[in-house]
Unconditional design. Structure first.
Length: 364
């Protein structure tokens, strides 16, 4: 295998994200903000930090929203190209196959953009290159592996197979959504697999083919935190941990904070935002641009999108998407509020573990 540097990556930007409805009924899942950056931005930054210069992102047919938000890659000093998954959803491996014309005979990273990992992936890339692997998988220990691809080891801890969502997993390790492939090996393997019982080209089938045909497959355990953000509580936890990971220089006060307002620990306030004198904010918390905060308690672990108006409420450990209005005596904890939603009228109570979709109006 060649020792080519890895300059290309494929990222996922499609899918239906039905488990996150109603929020994802009107917004692409990969644009949900975590620490006030669209989820996919975190994935892009990981591969850019690992040396990638070209990224290829798959889209749902007709989707223009994602490309509008991300752009051509200039923000990161790279090039981004978009492609649709022809023929509709046919599995994760099929997404990669659709990008073959862009990848050519180069090694590449495949990163599922709804996977959030703390720390960088540079050590994994370095190990892949140094050991001249054909494929490298990132593993993470999970409480219940039956919802993931699961590695199978022999008595010497050698990787011998990968099972997709087994009913009885042989261990508690999951194959995460971060993969590295050598030149051309993926596409040769794809031509030798068939659709699974659920009608999809499984990524696990690719890896199983490698292992049964003596390809050199390595693996590296993610020792930090990793999460597949498939459900609302995963997003809340990912937001919390990403806020903890932000560097001090990312917490900047750009808006207007009136005398008397209380800010403790790390807080970011975007340009044009007004924080009234009766507001308390506890970090780590990020607040977007052009917001109005009045007589409220925000944080810790709150992500507030741009254009929000929040009055008379408490918001902690929650994600409030842009252009929302909250004006009520409610406490929002472990909650997600979709774009342009309104929660109004006063009542002393607590909202816990709620999900509110875009343009919803709730009167209580």
């Amino acid at each position: 295998m060649s020792l080519k540097k890895i300059r290309k990556a494929i990222l996922t930007g499609g899918g239906r994200a039905t488990r996150l409805r109603p929020v994802t009924s009107t917004i692409n899942k990969h644009l949900i903000p975590l620490a006030n950056k669209p989820m996919i931005f975190h994935a892009i930054q990981k591969v850019v930090d690992a040396g990638v210069e070209e990224i290829f992102i798959n889209l749902n047919p007709g989707d223009t929203e994602l490309a509008k938000y991300i752009g051509d890659g200039g923000h990161w000093g790279i090039k981004i190209t978009y492609f649709e998954q022809e023929g509709g959803p046919q599995g994760v491996a099929h997404v990669v196959k659709q990008a073959q014309k862009f990848i050519g005979n180069d090694p590449f990273i495949f990163f599922l953009s709804d996977n959030v990992v703390l720390g960088d992936i540079k050590p994994m890339v370095a190990e892949f290159t140094e050991n001249k692997y054909d494929c490298m998988l990132a593993l993470s220990e999970v409480p219940n592996a039956k919802s993931f691809g699961v590695p199978v080891f022999d008595e010497n801890k050698k990787l011998v197979d990968v099972w997709e969502k087994p009913e009885n997993p042989p261990n508690n390790f999951a194959v995460t959504g971060i993969y590295i492939y050598g030149p051309d090996v993926f596409f040769k393997a794809f031509d030798n697999i068939e659709k699974s019982a659920r009608g999809e080209y499984e990524i696990s089938s690719i890896h199983s083919h490698f292992l049964k045909n003596d390809y050199k497959v390595g693996y590296k355990e993610i020792t930090g935190w990793w999460k597949d953000t498939g459900q609302a509580h995963d997003l809340i936890l990912a937001n919390k941990l990403l806020l903890d990971e932000l560097k001090d220089e990312e917490f900047v006060i750009q808006g207007k904070v009136e005398e008397g307002a209380t800010l403790t620990e790390k807080v970011h306030i975007g340009a044009g935002t007004i924080v009234r004198n009766d507001v308390k904010i506890k970090g780590p918390t990020t607040i977007g641009e052009n917001c109005i905060l009045e007589n409220c308690v925000i944080g810790p672990y709150a992500t507030i999108g741009s254009g929000c108006v929040i009055k008379n409420a408490e918001v902690n450990n929650s994600i409030i998407l842009k252009n929302c209005t909250i004006d009520c005596q409610l406490k929002f904890t472990e909650s997600i509020v979709g774009e342009k939603a309104e929660v109004v009228k006063k009542r002393t109570d607590e909202c816990r573990r709620i999900i509110i979709g875009e343009q919803t109006v709730i009167e209580v």
